[in-house]
Design a protein around this ligand. Structure first.
Ligand code: SAH
Ligand code: ZN
Ligand code: ZN
Ligand code: ZN
Ligand code: ZN
Length: 494
């Protein structure tokens, strides 16, 4: 099925979350997502596309919502989905790993071209490939052995620095969590296992959920599920989702927390939906007399997504801690001093309980009751520590809020902006594409919201009110912070 000519003047793409009982067609990455193209001139139109791949080159699935798909086409699609399944089952991979561990050192090889562990029997078929010996230490660090996926648009893998991974682990261990659900955080899972080997701490359990099936070579079915976090799809079916259930049940009083580090190109709404579904599963497994209603979460994502994330999951707050990565040139420590990383933690664990390291310049703000960056100075007028990017912000009395240091108040625009911004820009004049009002944008349109809310209420079984992560009401400060970050979003690069 070919996509029709893309409608002109696309204003944006919205994801429409699946309604209960409605089945979306599947691509090799599980059920597709329903997108709505919001256009200026034409009527909006909806289509199904892959949840995991943003680039057509990686997954070409496309279907208009109202397309009639022929039986032949459905069969061909099913055959294609089957053909794209991994050639080896998880069980086979794991059995091979156990045998592999028992081999003498000189027989343990890894094929860099195929990204496979090679027992002697398979060596011949990889004779023209680049293979090398693997040490037992390397077997314990698959994230160092495997080549990080570098597909920019969807599955790029950015691995935590030792510093950030340790910080996450130590913070969660200090919070009393004994089971970590690692969603898209293979390096964290690996460090948990290494930490257990040290036998200096109370052991932690972990379960990795990731779309990268290469990890099935190193972990048993109880430690790794092949999973798509954009549609909450378990490639291993019910057996696999039951493993998550078993993990989330806090038998023996072992507290669970989740750490997720999705690809940054990812869509916030479907991610939030999957995390809510995980949290709901957790909630159902809690004893009925438990007062805990939200599963503790740490979502690693850039600060300029704060408004989007809080929109979807208002119970989260953003911490000042800067997460950095080994293989991301922009987000890592510079040799000369500290480079700023834009990646933060969004969490529903009380911010005052997440102690940020003093050695790295973080301090506690007693007014805000949270740890903040050294340059994030408390503003008595705003009554908060305003900085989002780690630099010192300044208060603008006309805007009645704090802004980036590089911004100046602009009279014609009536707000602070970068000097040299397009003044009274065209976009600002266009107003709302939903109702035509010049007072707000489509995103903020009250009509659109009531429309959506109603739809969720009637058909989607009250998604918003049942969502346990949404429990907390927004405070005035949170609303202000959100407004603030909305402007950051449009100028995240300045
Ligand atoms: N910082 C993390 C890695 C984050 S990179 C660490 O050091 O452990 C993003 C991770 O998400 C990768 O492991 C990637 O394989 C995984 N991923 C990408 N798309 C995914 C999807 N649709 N579903 C599940 N996992 C995905
Ligand atoms: Zn796909
Ligand atoms: Zn403060
Ligand atoms: Zn201020
Ligand atoms: Zn101003």
């Amino acid at each position: 099925m070919e996509e029709a000519e893309a409608p002109g003047d696309i204003l944006g793409l919205e994801v429409i979350l699946p309604e209960e009982g409605k089945k979306a067609p599947s691509c090799p990455h599980g059920p597709t997502l329903l997108f709505e193209k919001v256009c200026k001139e034409e009527k909006s139109r909806r289509f199904f596309a892959c949840s995991a791949c943003r680039d057509r080159k990686d997954c070409s699935f496309f279907q208009w919502e109202d397309d009639k798909v022929s039986e032949a086409r459905l069969l061909a699609r099913e055959a294609e989905n089957q053909a794209k399944r991994p050639g080896t089952s998880h069980q086979e991979s794991w059995t091979r790993f156990l045998q592999f561990c028992g081999l003498p050192l000189h027989e343990k090889r890894f094929c860099a071209d195929c990204q496979l562990l090679l027992p002697p029997a398979q060596l011949a078929s990889h004779s023209s490939h680049s293979t090398s010996l693997v040490t037992p230490a390397q077997l314990r660090r698959p994230s160092l052995l495997l080549r990080p996926l570098d597909n920019k648009k969807s599955q790029a893998q950015y691995l935590f620095t030792e510093r950030s991974a340790r910080f996450l682990l130590d913070s969660l261990a200090a919070g009393g969590y004994r089971k970590l659900l690692c969603v898209g955080t293979p390096r964290l899972q690996e460090l948990i296992k290494l930490r257990n080997l040290e036998q200096k701490h109370e052991p932690m359990k972990s379960l990795l959920l990731d779309i990268d099936f290469r990890y099935a070579q190193f972990y048993s079915q109880d430690e790794f599920c092949h999973y798509n976090m954009f549609n909450h799809h378990f490639f291993g079916g019910e057996a696999s989702s039951n493993i998550l259930k078993a993990f989330l049940a806090e038998s023996g009083g072992e507290k669970v927390a989740m750490v997720a580090d999705p690809p940054f190109g990812g869509l916030v709404k479907p991610l939030a939906n999957s995390f809510s579904l995980i949290s709901q599963t957790w909630r159902k497994l809690q004893p009925s007399d438990s007062s805990d209603t939200v599963m503790p979460v740490m979502w690693v994502f850039p600060y300029f997504f704060e408004p989007r994330i809080l929109d979807c999951l208002p119970s989260l707050v953003m911490l000042d801690y800067q997460v950095d990565y080994d293989n991301h040139p922009l987000y890592k420590h510079g040799k000369m001093g500290r480079k700023q990383s834009p990646v933060r933690l969004f969490t529903n664990i009380p911010a005052k309980d997440v102690v940020l390291p003093k050695e790295e310049g973080y301090r506690f703000c007693s007014m805000c009751q949270r740890y903040v960056s050294s340059l994030n100075k408390h503003c008595t007028k705003c009554n908060l520590c305003p900085s989002k990017d780690g630099r010192e912000w300044k208060h603008c009395s006309a805007c009645e809020r704090c802004v980036k240091p590089s911004w100046k108040h602009c009279q014609p625009c009536g707000r602070c902006a970068l000097p040299g911004h397009p003044c009274g820009s065209a976009a600002a004049d266009q107003g709302c594409f939903n109702c035509g009002s010049r007072r707000h944008k489509r995103k903020a349109c009250p009509e659109k919201d009531t429309h959506r809310e109603n739809r969720f209420r009637t058909k989607g079984k009250k998604v918003s009110s049942q969502n346990p992560l949404k429990a907390k009401r927004k405070s005035g400060a949170a609303r202000r912070a959100r407004k603030l970050s909305l402007q950051l979003l449009t100028s995240a690069v300045q």
